[in-house]
Design a protein around this ligand. Sequence first.
Ligand code: FUB
Ligand code: ZN
Length: 671
Amino acid sequence: MLDSINLTSKFWLERQRVIREQMIPYQWDIINDFKAVTIAVTNTGGDSDALDNDKSYVVENFLIAAGKKQGKRGGMVFQDSDAYKWLEAVAYTLECCPDPQLQANADKLVDIIADAQEDDGYLNTYFQVNEPDRKYQSLYMSHELYCAGHFIEAAVAYYQATHNQKVLTIATRLADNIDAHFGPEDGKIHGGDGHEEIELALLRLYELTHEERYLKLSQYFLLVRGQDPDYFEAMKRRDVELGRKSVIPGIEIMQDIFNNAYFQSDLPVYEQKDAKGHAVRVVYLCTALALGAALTGDEKLKAAAHNYWQSIVQRRMYITGAIGSTCHGEAFTADYDLPNDSMYGETCASVGLTFFAHNMLRLEEKGEYADVMELALYNTVLAGMSLDGKSYFYVNPLEVRPEYSQLNPGLKHVLTRRAGWFACACCPPNLARMVMSLGHYVYHCKDETIFADLFVANTANFKFGERELTLEQSTDYPWDSTMTFKVTRDNGKGGAVKLALHLPQWCPHFALYHNGKLVSESDKLGAVKCEQGYLYLPEGIKEGDVFELKLKMNAVLMESNPLIAADYNKQAVQRGPIVYCAEACDNGKELQELHLGAEGDLQGHFEPELLDGVYVITAHGARRVNDFAQGALYRPASTRKFAEQEIRLIPYYAWCNREEGEMRVWLNPKP
Ligand code: FUB
Ligand code: ZN
């Protein structure tokens, strides 16, 4: 099993440095309201005008709930989760970079949360302060178990990093409170939360504590979903009858958009065939399905996870690993409906997709899970923050034009500049916890095999019973695709430990060397087994072994399935896991006029000074000459003229770090 890991990747250490030095302190200031920030209004369906745009209230809410401060509770109904995600990001930060001051701040936050928790374990500042008589009664939108789930996830991570006993005690008391109120027994609530999250969090708590009740409760929440089609509706009707207000200002309680499909409760989970409704909810549910199946061996849960996986990855995902085609309900729509401009592609949804893929890998060794994991990470997740870590995207479009976003209400949610913060601030801290925990995603172990899922330079220590070894992975991935795995320490005790290496789907040819000798390549595998996207080395590994994996990584012209109307007859450029885009600041305005050249004409080079160091791709392309008469909008079709133009492409994740302007991923093919 993986015992500890230290990343050494230049690429990822820089991302982590920015989060550690910039984002985490910045968010600490925000949640404590030490700093006034302008909070961007996002089109999440609520009335963000009803929220303050210069105050987050996050920590203050806990103080008010604890009776240590007077005042009104503020922010979204799920505002507590901002503190929890911050705490979780700090936990992973402390794992790699001990920082007594940061830990002291986090301990202080844990103390404040502990003070706010009620004697029976209940914890949610909105209901404690604003509507104590409404606890667990408006679960369609209350986010009580969503917030609880985020706390539990944070607590597990923080306990593992620091052994803070208090944080774990809050978590188990909270989980016990939920266990006391929900379940199949008479007198309990027979259902779950409108926003999945508790299911996966309880599994993480179970993995830490081995308390069977948490596993059972998670399974209960997974299986009860969709059993009673009237479950959420009845709660809504009751709230209306009682004259209660929506817990999210500006959202009507009875609204078509918040139907059972939005909550994935239109069908029981075993019968779900398509990813429907709110995208983040779907992938959090899927993560719990995959992890639940991995922990219990339940084949039906596994089949349900597969159905969702296929629906998302084969029919409803963008080339950047973004998901969610519409802002209405932040949701999936129909198969192949993947518009590039009006889409949603929430950062949180791609974080959740990474969780899902990672847990599918725990379930079965298939390289496609690692492929999607790196696609989501290197593209949409990273695009969620600016390179300096000071501003963030919530929505991640593949095509923008600033004046359209400003003037077309249907594109209002598509920001063309990252914002300093959001009224609904789910994405930035989610991204922070994801990137800071990246070390947990690099390998997974099954029996006595180490699976290298991601190519990220690191030094990792493994323990398999008595056997202890250290593996060093060196690489300049994602810019270079040679990976060296060196066993630098091995106590030689116990049984054999094997190594399996991910062979990405984008790679047309590989060569594998053992201690300098070529042992396997694409068309001559030798003793190496290549199965479902992994290369299995035949012998156990031992100290001194050096394996070098060389992957051919060219810039490639990509096309989409013709069923995706939005991309029909378009091409995009991808190199390894990195998807590229064109920006107006490199290519001039009216990017729709650009045509790429032939694949063989794509050239690439690394520019260390540009955008923190990126591999740039240039294409010998062309621009259509606009020879329309002044004022003419239409004319009979005629021969088109083109002027040669070198097109300059940068990694999608790095867009919008210079100036605001047009951006496009899908371009026209060679004329
Ligand atoms: O509802 C809580 C979070 O806010 C969701 O996960 C996001 O999509 C945003 O709506
Ligand atoms: Zn989000």
